[in-house]
Design a protein around this ligand. Sequence first.
Ligand code: NAD
Length: 252
Amino acid sequence: MTQLLANKTAIITGAASPRGLGKATALLFAEHGARVVILDLDADQAQTAAADLPGEGHMGRACDVTDRTACLLVARELIGTLDQIDILVNNAGITQPLKLMEIAPENYDAVLDVNLRGTLYMSQALIPHMRDHERGSIVNMSSVSAQRGGGIFGGPHYSAAKAGILGLTKAMARELAPAGIRANAICPGFIDTDITAGKLTPEMRQSVLDGIPMGRAGTAGDVAGCALFLASDLSAYVTGSEVDVNGGSLIH
Ligand code: NAD
């Protein structure tokens, strides 16, 4: 197998969740020769996830991406330890199944902060290093919810946060292209993970599946494959794009 990420180092946020998109991405990146650093809220869980990956040198660290100082500190430590960091996947995210009028200030803060503020803070922590090396690929996890106004599980504040990620990604791509840094977003549709925390009823699930031309939920591996493409040199001329991984649930 051609290893698409040989000698590359990738940082992936929110990648400790065992069935999550970040962990599947970490696994595929490691299979393609990357050294992977998993960041998540809990240090033990991040280390356990890193220890699960094939190959040597993977690391797990605690980092709450809503905490700017924590992002800067972990970036400083990793930059000091590792030769070069080539790839950042801003994957950490939370969602809540609220309707518009149910969104309280604390709901807004929680969802906007992890998804959008966290993407900004972790990127800001690594961009100076990527600029120094004149290369880098940043992959941000948005959602089909951003493009079609929800309709799966997350509320309007989740759609807004994920739409914010699309705008941020495109502006980052424009500003960072001269420095050799690419930025792209992935818009997953309905993917089987634990993000819905058991709150998706069988009826809700069936109604989502009814709207997917491919007739099935996506797998975490489906999203990981797209992240691999965007992280690797296969996508060397792709920046500022939003790539759909949704089984046809939004064709536009
Ligand atoms: P998940 O709940 O399985 O994993 C999310 C991870 O983020 C968890 O490990 C959690 O601990 C971590 N996290 C939460 N807050 C954090 C913080 N402040 N700092 C660092 N880490 C934090 O979810 P998932 O389904 O794997 O989702 C991954 C990403 O994909 C999210 O951004 C999500 O919004 C997005 N997404 C998921 C779907 C889907 O259907 N599963 C669809 C579209 C987009």
